[in-house]
Design a protein around this ligand. Structure first.
Ligand SMILES: Cc1cc2nc3c(=O)[nH]c(=O)nc-3n(C[C@H](O)[C@H](O)[C@H](O)COP(=O)(O)O)c2cc1C
Length: 187
């Protein structure tokens, strides 16, 4: 059975660096037989978790916020692998990415979150050449904590420095690593 790979992008730049790397992940996954779907979070209506705890009530059918997460939730549950591609904004992930992450709360209480057992791929782009100075390490650390908490496996992290939209294309290493990560997630 073909692996299902769900890719979400948290950049508002349509031809931006995280989108380009996410495209390489998708290409690597498709070339190796996976079914890939990609969504740009900036184009979706995703509200913040409002901590209503409706998802925690007995016989709850999950999150009750009526927005585009209702379309993404079943895709997250069905996916074998989930790839999150974000720019570094203010030494962490973009707000679009963080809104999406907060809504994982609606996927079930610890230790039974529906992301348990999934394979995760992380893609990060940032302007400063140094991943420590850029804040990329904060974001990477956050992803490690999140996916360790829900019992998912981070299968790969691809990160690279670029400032203007599209600049990452001339940085061979993350481009190749992104393709390889896609291939690995498809296997
Ligand atoms: C609001 C904002 C905040 C940013 N904050 C950081 C930062 O903290 N560290 C950094 O290295 N780059 C920062 N950048 C630069 C972006 O991370 C960089 O341009 C990245 O390549 C953007 O990815 P994208 O093309 O996928 O949108 C910031 C850019 C914006 C617009």
């Amino acid at each position: 059975m073909a692996k299902k790979v769900l890719i979400v992008i948290g950049s508002p730049r349509e031809n931006g660096n995280s989108t380009i790397l996410a495209g390489e992940v998708a290409r690597g996954a498709r070339d190796n037989g996976a079914e890939v779907e990609t969504f740009n979070l900036h184009k979706l209506m995703i509200n913040p978790c409002n901590a209503c705890d409706a998802c925690r009530k007995e016989n709850s059918k999950g999150c009750v916020i009526n927005d585009d997460m209702q379309m993404l939730y079943p895709k997250l549950v069905a996916a074998n692998a989930i790839v999150i591609a974000s720019p570094v904004y203010w030494f962490s992930v973009s707000a679009q990415t963080k809104l999406f992450i907060d809504r994982f709360y609606g996927l079930g209480e610890h230790p039974n979150n529906a992301l348990k057992g999934k394979q995760i791929g992380i893609v990060l782009t940032y302007a400063d050449a140094d991943p420590f100075i850029s804040g990329a390490v904060n974001a990477l650390r956050m992803f490690q904590d999140i996916f360790n908490y829900v019992g998912a496996e981070i299968a790969g992290m691809v990160y690279g420095s670029a400032w203007k939209a599209g600049e990452i294309e001339s940085n061979k290493e993350p481009m190749e690593k992104a393709y390889e990560m896609g291939a690995e997630l498809a296997a």
